[in-house]
Design a protein around this ligand. Structure first.
Ligand SMILES: [Zn+2]
Length: 324
């Protein structure tokens, strides 16, 4: 336990492994995220609560950090059993209240994007099927406390400042305890792996592909400025030196961008071809992550004027600019 916050590691059926649920032992008694909607996850969550002297029914507030299924899946059952308030950032409210419908719209957006970027039809269909099958690990609940960027959440013993930090997803929200120099960061900053800047349907209704990595790097800059000693992430162990870690992430993304620039300087390629050249034939379930990675770095290079996109039939192809 750190400063009245317990970590409960809840299992997920996803490649990422366990997800961190945090219990803030304060008034209101608060859960940050819930884990995915499965019997195993539910059992481990209730056992984890019991181990620190609480029952599910005691929970008074559930905070959802972002729209991903491994974080919000149990929000329905937890809020129903406990009668807890449910808090989420304004832009995340549609996901919490109508998970299935929003996820379906995300999948349609992703499908068009994958095909445009050269991913073979059978891989796209396989990914859509996987996503459909996972839909049951989500759930919905009414948001009774809508949060806004910059506001304060007050507890008996602490105050958390709410900040919108999009990039990993469009709805990423972090919670800053300035007095304790502590940050609940969810998937915005992870210690053991770099956070995926997943390309996701824009929340403003626009149909253009969002620059997820560019947005993410901007969000990381803002977090780097924060004076904190401890970061509690959504997966894995706490981070104690966030500036060094963020600088490592900046260096990683710079190296990746340069590698991708070399690949498109060799010959014009689709994003899918670049992903294959970078990582070979990876598991189908990782195909969307790697495509997002490639397009994110392409956006960085495009903004620097070093890569341009060309339409070639139904596909988008990227080439070095100016031609070498
Ligand atoms: Zn996530």
């Amino acid at each position: 336990m750190t400063e009245g916050i317990h970590r409960i590691e809840v299992p997920t059926p996803f490649a990422v492994g366990r997800v961190n649920v945090y219990l803030i032992d304060d008034e209101p008694l608060t859960l940050v995220d819930t884990g995915p909607n499965s019997a195993t996850s539910f059992d481990e969550l209730t056992n984890g609560l019991a181990a620190v002297g609480h029952a599910l029914e005691d929970i008074e507030l559930v905070i959802v950090t972002h729209q991903h299924i491994d974080h919000l899946g149990l929000v329905s059952i937890v809020s129903q059993r406990s009668g807890a308030d449910v808090a989420a950032l304004d832009v995340a409210v549609p996901y919490v209240q109508n998970y299935s419908k929003e996820a379906q719209k995300d999948d349609e957006f992703a499908r068009a994007m994958m095909l445009r970027n050269g991913m073979p039809e059978d891989v796209v269909s396989a990914l859509s099927a996987v996503s459909q099958a996972f839909r049951a690990w989500g759930s919905s609940a009414e948001v009774t406390r809508v949060l806004h960027d910059g506001e304060e959440l007050r507890f008996r013993d602490r105050t958390l400042q709410v900040h919108h930090r999009p990039g990993h997803s469009p709805t990423d929200t972090i919670f800053h305890d300035a007095e304790r120099r502590m940050l609940i960061a969810a998937d915005h900053l992870l210690g053991h792996i770099s956070s995926n800047p997943l390309i996701t349907r824009p929340i403003d209704g626009s149909t253009e592909r969002p620059q997820a990595l560019v947005t993410y790097l901007r969000s990381l800059e803002a977090t780097r400025e924060m004076d904190v000693d401890l970061v509690l992430p959504g997966h894995g162990d706490a981070v104690t030196d966030h500036r060094t870690l963020i600088d490592e992430r900046f260096a990683l993304h710079r190296r990746r961008a340069e590698k991708i620039h070399r690949l498109v300087a060799e010959e014009p390629r689709t994003a899918y071809e670049i992903a294959q050249a970078m990582w070979g034939n990876i598991a189908v379930t990782q195909a969307y992550l790697t495509l997002s990675e490639v397009l994110g770095h392409i956006d960085v290079l495009k903004n620097e004027g070093r890569v341009r996109e060309v339409e070639a039939g139904d596909n988008t192809v990227f080439e070095a600019q100016p031609p070498l």
